[in-house]
Design a protein around this ligand. Structure first.
Ligand code: FES
Length: 121
């Protein structure tokens, strides 16, 4: 299945500010998160590796900027925003599913599954 790329923002992502969006993966619509952290843009499925529930709270809160960690609203699993690794909580050691981002002249696009080189897909 060739899932279409989706533009998630017209302007460059702001440091430390999470954008939530939807992406088609293998024909299935999934919630996703993107942010810039320490200058690098990253995107992940908004799906916790503990019970496959959304990380983000109903009000959208998902990032603890003070700690520099994505936090699951359900049982508190914490993930690194750069690698997607769960560093504490019930799914410690698991990785979020990485999505590929492209910064283009007309905005930031998610082009599907895949992440930065060297990261687990
Ligand atoms: S579903 Fe995320 S910590 Fe349990």
């Amino acid at each position: 299945v060739n899932d279409p790329a989706v533009r998630i923002a017209r302007e460059p992502l702001e440091e430390g500010r999470v954008i939530r969006f939807a992406v088609q993966l293998d024909g299935v619509r999934r919630g996703a998160l993107a942010l810039r952290w320490h200058g690098q843009v990253r995107a992940w499925l908004d799906t916790c590796r503990h019970q496959s529930l959304p990380l983000s709270a109903p009000d959208g809160h998902v990032f603890d900027a003070g700690a520099g960690e994505l936090v699951c609203d359900r049982h508190g699993a914490r993930y690194r925003p750069d690698t997607g690794e769960c560093t504490s909580g019930p799914c410690r050691g698991a990785f979020l599913t990485a999505l590929a981002l492209e910064e283009r002249p007309d905005g930031t696009w998610c082009t599907g599954r895949g992440g930065p080189a060297g990261l687990a897909p």
